[in-house]
Write a protein that binds this ligand. Structure first.
Ligand SMILES: [Zn+2]
Length: 83
């Protein structure tokens, strides 16, 4: 699993088969299929670049089991049928 910190990397991983983990400041940790509409570059820009990760982090893995083992992870309701 890798943390995504650059916009170019976000674009690269969004196009790859795999899974995103997105954390937020409430402690929520959601697992998304890479093509989920909630995996959105404008959200990434705000959270990672503008807010400098103070409101959360983005991670990518191509290994579903690794994603599911992330502590306190939950599947996103909008893309869980693809996970
Ligand atoms: Zn999702």
């Amino acid at each position: 699993m890798i943390e995504i910190t650059e916009i170019e990397d976000f674009k690269k991983y969004k196009a790859m088969e795999g899974y995103f983990i997105i954390t937020d400041m409430t402690g929520r940790r959601l697992l998304h299929w890479h093509r989920c509409a909630d995996v959105d570059i404008s959200h990434f820009r705000l959270k990672v670049k503008k807010n400098e990760n103070s409101t959360g982090h983005y991670y990518f893995t191509d290994d579903l089991l690794e994603g599911l083992e992330y502590p306190k992870i939950k599947k996103c309701d909008n893309c869980r049928r693809f996970i």
